[in-house]
Design a protein around this ligand. Structure first.
Ligand code: DGY
Length: 330
């Protein structure tokens, strides 16, 4: 009998077709957001789930579906999945690391440049028909070249962002759970490991690339924003919840920092409406990894993981090896 898989959100049709060759697929190509109860019920007769960041697979979903063999996320971040609960239930969990590093780093730079140089703000002004003359002080922004870049979360994406700063002749400071090896620091434009406080005080531009967890919830709140330079910009391409959005809105409104570029939000896609009234923030809808090639690579990477897991093999991007090394599900 063929195994049954739920594809919880719309994905590339050719990837659905690929999975359909091996599994009985229930696919949500109309891209409805399932309620918690609906997801729980849809999984009852399934052996595996192909999930995306907006599929919340919490302890209750897992407890109601202990028959699941694998939860395969089409994202590197997996804060939408209760990993401990899945591991405890003997369910394999996978993500899609590496394939998106360079694309996400490119986007971090795009957002940083748009923010520091006020690109979207000035474009909106131009489109609104306000441009009647050249002015010496139109949309004065902050330079990137020669400035100090601070990166919080120096994993593979953070290092790719640091490497790109070489061409801008920037000094790089970073803060991370652990210090990188000397080789890696050298390769990341001689990035210098500092405390979070020193980074917040010294950087001209700060990019957040750390994973979300209860430990990193509101890593940037009112106290941290107060340490930043009033001329500084803050870019978040990591996850909503790492920044206290209400505190950030206050800091942007009072010009306690110059500007922010945000690709992720608390409670997205229902982000805080006050962001819309601020001109010194660039807002994008969680698209840092969204190049055609990279989203396809992520989609196929998640499919590879699912196919391996369902065949009883070790998936390439296994997040909870304990499940296979210890009491594996039979
Ligand atoms: C990821 O992979 O975690 C991204 O945020 C999804 O685009």
């Amino acid at each position: 009998m063929r195994q049954k898989i739920l594809i919880a959100k719309a994905i590339f049709p050719d990837v659905v077709a690929r999975l359909s060759q091996q599994f009985d697929i229930e696919s949500n190509q109309e891209d409805r957001l399932f309620s918690h109860d609906e997801l729980l019920a849809k999984l009852r007769d399934k052996d595996g789930i192909y999930a995306t960041p907006s599929t919340l697979i919490d302890a209750a979903v897992i407890a109601a579906n202990p028959q699941l063999k694998a939860i395969c996320n089409m994202a590197v971040g997996y804060n939408n999945i209760d990993l401990d609960a899945a591991t405890h239930a003997g369910i394999i969990v996978t993500n899609t690391p590496d394939v998106l590093n360079e694309t996400t780093a490119d986007f971090g730079w795009a957002l940083l440049m748009a923010t520091a140089r006020r690109i979207t703000e000035s474009e909106h002004w131009l489109r609104a028909g306000h441009w009647d003359k050249w002015r010496y002080d139109s949309f004065l922004g902050a330079d990137l070249h020669g400035a100090t870049l601070g990166i919080i979360g120096m994993g593979r994406i953070g290092q790719a962002i640091a490497r790109r700063s070489l061409g801008f002749d920037m000094r790089v400071l970073y803060h991370n759970r652990s210090r990188l090896s000397a080789d890696r620091e050298a390769h990341a434009n001689n990035a210098q490991f500092v405390s979070k406080e020193e980074l917040l005080r010294s950087a001209d531009h700060i990019v957040l690339v750390l994973p979300y967890s209860t430990a990193t919830h509101h890593s940037i709140g009112a106290a941290e924003l107060a340490l930043m330079k009033p001329t500084a910009t803050l870019v978040n391409i990591a996850r909503g919840g790492i920044v206290d959005d209400a505190a950030l809105i206050g800091a942007l409104r009072d010009k306690r920092i110059a500007a922010a570029g945000l690709d992720v939000f608390e409670n997205e896609p229902r982000f805080h409406p006050d962001f819309l009234s601020l001109s010194n923030v660039v807002l994008t809808p969680h698209i840092a990894s969204a190049s055609e090639a990279t989203r396809r690579a992520m989609a196929n990477c998640a499919a590879d993981n699912l196919i391996a897991a369902m065949a009883g093999q070790r998936p390439p991007n296994l997040l909870n090896p304990q499940v296979l090394d210890g009491a594996a599900k039979t």
